[in-house]
Design a protein around this ligand. Sequence first.
Ligand code: GAR
Length: 203
Amino acid sequence: MKNIAILLSGRGSNFKAIYNSIETKIINNARISVVISNKGDALGLKFAQEKGLNAFFINPKEFCSAQEYDKKIVKILNDYKIDLVCLAGFMRIITPYFVKSFKNSIMNIHPSLLPSFPGLNAQKQALEYGVRFSGCTVHFVDEKVDHGPIISQAVVPVLPNDTVETLSERILKEEHKIYPEAVKLFVEDKLKIVGRKVIVKKS
Ligand code: GAR
């Protein structure tokens, strides 16, 4: 049984997609052992509480540095014997200390085809750049932002009348497919990192 942690800051729709895949046994032998938010009013945190999961608001304002904050998070993750950390709309840059503590065991989802449009407002960046296609990326987290080895990507068209909202919605639908699929591959020990590349092992 693999213990999964979810870190989020807001709505939590990717968290719900992963949660549903576990509940419906699309992902087996895994449980969401803890959910952590850096925002007290995050809807995702509320959902976790409603589902009876271990759910914590850890307030960054109570820590003197990003590393002290991450030390607290890492302590919680160790307490719950976490195997996989899923960043699911966690809008903080995690410190090298955190990355090292969970080497090759932290995943993130980003709403663009990385390495294009890292950072904030990826959908707006894509629209403004005028690309014809965008999408989303699930990747392992390394010390650079939106940079680590890519596990999976999905492509969506950018349509002439798209707004940030319509494009984000189209991308989000794909996020909800590829993130649980990536988690499933991890849980089944099918992902192997070789340099920058992620090899998906055949069963
Ligand atoms: C998602 O679109 C996710 O890709 C994005 O935040 C949203 C969270 O939505 N993450 C990033 O931009 C990280 N750089 P959710 O809370 O409904 O899952």
